[in-house]
Design a protein around this ligand. Structure first.
Ligand code: ASC
Length: 151
């Protein structure tokens, strides 16, 4: 039991040592975190896209499950755009993420809104609603990528 308390105390001390705004041990970890989330999000967004484009048969449950994941992932990446992680690792994030942070945050927030709407549409099971919401979400992905991600 004592060992459990000691471990918990060590963990608490280590966590407290991290800067409040950046829960990453090193800058590379922040880059890896946001890239991995984006990768997963793109994968699950693409599964909805394949149905919207008629490349795979429409499956309402699969669409709802995948849109739900996209909405969840949409909330994760932005805290990982930590200052000091521009120009490191293999980031494609442009310096504008930091130099125009308000604009970046607005684009992120717009995407999160569209992802939440896609989730609602997917839960309705109505393919036409899903198509519209998917198009809006894809547009908001692209808008942010055009301004804040290297080609
Ligand atoms: C994806 C993905 C993107 C966006 C974008 C939407 O699945 O990897 O970068 O959607 O293509 O316009």
């Amino acid at each position: 039991m004592k060992r459990v308390f000691a471990a918990a105390a060590t963990c608490a001390a280590l966590c407290a040592a991290l800067p409040a705004a950046a829960q990453f041990a090193k800058p590379e970890d922040a880059v890896r975190y946001r890239q991995n989330v984006m990768w997963l999000m793109s994968n699950h967004f693409g599964r909805v896209g394949a149905m919207v484009q008629g490349k795979v048969p429409f499956d309402a449950k699969a669409a709802a499950d995948n849109a739900d994941l996209v909405a969840m992932f949409s909330r994760l990446p932005y805290v990982a755009y930590v200052p000091g992680t521009e120009s490191i690792a293999n980031t494609k994030a442009l310096p504008e993420v930091w130099s125009q942070r308000d604009k970046f945050d607005a684009a992120a927030s717009n995407f999160q809104d569209k992802a939440a709407k896609l989730d609602v549409a997917a839960k309705s099971g109505n393919l036409d609603q899903i198509k519209t919401a998917f198009g809006d979400a894809a547009q908001s992905c692209k808008a942010c990528h055009d301004n804040f991600r290297a080609k």
